[in-house]
Design a protein around this ligand. Sequence first.
Ligand SMILES: [Zn+2]
Length: 118
Amino acid sequence: MPWLNLCTRESKIAKAEISRLKNDTDSHSSEIEEKENELDGVRKKLESLSVLLEDHELLCPECKAPLLQRHFHTIFGIAGGREMEADIEIVEYECGLVLEEGKADPSYPCKNTKQNQP
Ligand SMILES: [Zn+2]
């Protein structure tokens, strides 16, 4: 420390300087702490967001690829002697997975997971 070599008058100034620097460090560390807390909050938000995305089928259930598009396909049929019409929801993901409403198996498999490939 260069302050140690200073005379009394100057050492008072030096002490003041040191305490100023110390306060600076303190305010910096609390700033850092604040940022860390902020970051932690963002991380938690992201986690809950990805859970939300999965809940709403916005991610491929196999590889978590994002939803590409979601559309409805109208089908016609005869049921109980009457002509019926129904909208089937079709969900396509970026990885190639296509899910059709009411079907247990995907119409097209997810390309990112091997067990689904023939
Ligand atoms: Zn996938």
